[in-house]
Design a protein around this ligand. Structure first.
Ligand code: BGC
Length: 390
């Protein structure tokens, strides 16, 4: 019988650009609409969660979850350099209050892939003052966070953000499993920006960490040395940099096998998901084990884990096996504070609405929300503290 601890966070996660809609001041919006863009579908109204967030949170709470991870959007809070929007700050404060009123622990992300268009146009993380600009933005978030937020994830998946910086320069294709090395200079800047944010959060009595995209790299056919070199800049550097934080966020979806010649795409015949990734729920346990090892056993929060599928029964299978792997790690001594499923809603998957990760379906025309069986299933796992997993 599986039993998770009292106070364990059971929730779901989202990110502003993927669900809010109309994020017109962001770099992504501009890229979506740039002539000749390689982005196949624009985010548009997304899930209209900028207006419908109370309904989204209500559905999570009704199901039995007790936490919600969402991000605040820098492009809305500082739409032009040094012009801060009080209305946007009030908006996100209302989200925190709504979460609390519903009994959901808010886990707030300060930066989830998107930046304001003005920041991007002036060099983004390569600006000389990039860390100072980000820190000033973080300072302005105090009214949102003060008193009622206990957990903050600073910069989402810095390893992917640093890779996106190379894509931005047009010198890298984005492909699951064969991701180009993140830009090393940008990686260092992100660490500096993160550490500044951690200090600020601690000043507010908030626990801060950053969520790394763990990738369950596995050496095969003697690929150990190649794996070492491949995995460090893409994953391990960022876990190592988490040392000294309050916790580390673990995000896990699939695995990547590495031969002496490099990473392989999923083998022929294996089950793949709507993102083309191998169905591999054990990725979560492996991500937690590696994070413990590289962070000197920091507390872990599972900040994302999920599957893009149109088959909701398969989502339940995947999540059950992920949670059983997680429990093994906990029984082995891992201090895990929560599990936040990606994602609450079927949302904008960075270029397309087709890969559906949601516990809740969203009608693309009416925005009507329809909870899937997986939401009730995860809620029951939460209510039963894991005993319903068997
Ligand atoms: C990101 C999410 C994304 C998810 C599935 C993570 O890389 O943080 O924004 O939607 O994985 O691809």
């Amino acid at each position: 019988m599986q039993t998770f601890p009292d106070g364990f966070l059971w929730g779901a996660a989202t990110a502003a650009h993927q669900i809010e809609g109309g994020n017109v001041g962001s770099d992504w919006w501009l890229k979506e609409h740039a002539p000749g863009t390689d982005i196949s579908e624009p985010s548009g109204d997304a899930c209209d969660s900028y207006h419908r967030y109370p309904e989204d949170m209500q559905l999570l709470a009704d199901a039995g979850l007790n936490a919600y991870r969402f991000s605040v959007e820098w492009a809305r809070i500082e739409p032009e350099q040094d012009m801060f929007s009080r209305a946007a700050i009030d908006h996100y404060r209302r989200m925190v209050d709504t979460a609390r009123d519903l009994g959901l622990e808010p886990v707030v992300t300060l930066h989830h892939f998107t930046v304001p268009a003005w920041f991007d146009a002036s060099g983004a993380w390569r600006r000389d003052d990039a860390v100072a600009r980000f820190s000033r933005y973080v300072d302005m978030l105090e009214p949102i966070l003060r008193d009622d937020v206990r957990w903050v994830t600073t910069i989402n998946e810095p390893n992917i953000a640093a890779m996106l910086a190379r894509h931005r320069d047009g010198d890298a294709e984005l492909q699951a499993g064969t991701m180009p090395a993140p830009d090393a200079e940008v990686s260092d800047v992100l660490v500096a920006a993160h550490k500044e944010a951690v200090v600020r959060m601690r000043g507010l009595g908030i626990k801060a960490g950053w969520p790394v995209a763990t990738q369950a790299f596995q050496a095969i056919d003697g690929g150990e040395d190649t794996l070492e070199a491949y995995a460090w800049p893409r994953e391990r550097f960022f876990l190592d940099a988490a040392k000294g934080d309050d916790f580390v966020g673990v995000q896990a979806y699939t695995r990547t096998q590495v031969t002496p010649a490099g990473p392989l795409p999923p083998a022929d015949g294996v089950e793949t998901t709507l993102t083309g990734w191998e169905y591999y729920p054990h990725a979560l346990a492996e991500g937690v084990a590696l994070s413990r090892e590289l962070t000197d056993d920091l507390p872990v929060m599972i900040t994302e884990n999920g599957i893009a599928t149109a088959d909701d029964a398969r989502r339940i299978d995947y999540t059950r096996d992920s949670l059983l792997g997680l429990k093994e790690q906990m029984d082995d001594g891992a201090d895990v504070v929560g599990y936040l499923h990606w994602s609450a809603l079927d949302n904008y998957e960075w270029g397309s609405f087709t890969p559906t990760f949601g516990l809740i379906a969203v009608d693309r025309e009416t925005f009507v929300r329809t909870p899937k069986p997986s939401l009730a299933w995860l809620g029951e796992v939460a209510r039963s503290k894991g005993t319903s997993l068997g």
